[in-house]
Design a binder for this molecule. Sequence first.
Ligand code: PEP
Ligand code: CO
Length: 453
Amino acid sequence: MSNDVPHGWSPESWQSRPAVQQPVYPDAEALRLALAELARLPPLVTSWEVNNLKAQLAEAQAGSRFVLQGGDCAESFADCESALIANRLKVLLQMSLVLVHGLRKRVVRIGRFAGQYAKPRSADTETRGGVTLPCYRGDLVNAPEFTETARAADPQRLLEGHKRSALTMNFTRGLIDGGFADLHHPEYWNLDWVEHVVHANEYRQRVEAIGESLRFIETLAGQTISDFNRVEFYTSHEALLLHAEAAQTRRVPRQPGWYNLSTHFPWIGMRTAAVDGAHVEYCRGIRNPIGVKVGQAMSAEWVLQLCELLNPANEPGRLVLIHRMGAARIAQYLPPLIEAVRAKGHRVLWLCDPMHGNTQTLANGLKTRAFADILAEIEQAFALHAGCGSQLGGVHLELTGEHVTECLGGARDLSASDLERAYRSAVDPRLNYEQALELALRIVSIKGAAGTA
Ligand code: PEP
Ligand code: CO
């Protein structure tokens, strides 16, 4: 049995540990009924997809693939809409093609969607004009309006979230199966922005080269790319609301252990990564690959304990450490962690989240991130890993396929005064379509310049 389920673990064993960031549901019976329904509904993903992703993450760790993980900071129920889903998929596919071409590696594509509906918050309550209410924790929990009714945690939202995740998955799978992969062709790309950058020639040449490569392959095969290139796409979300995650954790015929079948790749956020906490307890027992966010406050000892708890068998592809230090701090805080993990022989895949350590608040109160900081953190991450004999296996980004103005800089050099024009995020600022595509192009030039592509 020890191979099957870790000692002392069950889908509910997390309840004996301190569980931070959980809503208080005023109606316990309503919560019980909603969870029972959630446990009965068909799952969003399958165990063989989860196993395939784990095998691909193991290849990324061995250096033969690169991971592109991206999507909204938080999805909203209102954004479960065809154009938004299609545009997000489009930018992720286009970025992945740039990365495949430039890095000469297959790319593992992981969306931050179809379940990214709950957010950790810095305070449990919010006070306005002398009135204190529970904080807004994402559409999976409550509504953002500042009223008692809106802010009450409503278990029916867990079912609504499952439904909208299923709609998102269904449409995503349909687009991919139906030849949406044609969007790989640069003819479909929106590249007007390229003329605004110093790297314009390099970008144009790269995109032309991608087009030529595709036409060459198609001529050779006598088929269009969408006929033989079955794109794989995986989903991920922060495993935050443990009641809901546990309700979607299942046994599968002829497979050992338990799988979280609400997503392929759940991750533990920085605020919930305590070694003796409920989130680590829950995640240690499921078979999915697990991500953990690693901030500057995490000591080497803490990271090593996480490796032992979450991957005691040292299984490749199981544990993904997603560092998010900030461009100004990564050089100081990352190398000791890489060294410590390497010295103990832990097999982990390292990803860089260049978003969450680079958030700033402007004088007008808007939260933003500068493209230059995001790029600088990624650039340093590649070099720091190489310097420690390790490798950066991918990036974790907050982005959208829309033309929002939430992050500063990029080809159009968005300034603080541009941001109000199309700032749509209710939580963290995202790269827009152009900034996201440009970032992929920059990543391949960094690697090209380092001579390691
Ligand atoms: C996030 O990914 O949106 C997030 C909250 O990240 P972190 O846990 O790294 O702060
Ligand atoms: Co975020």
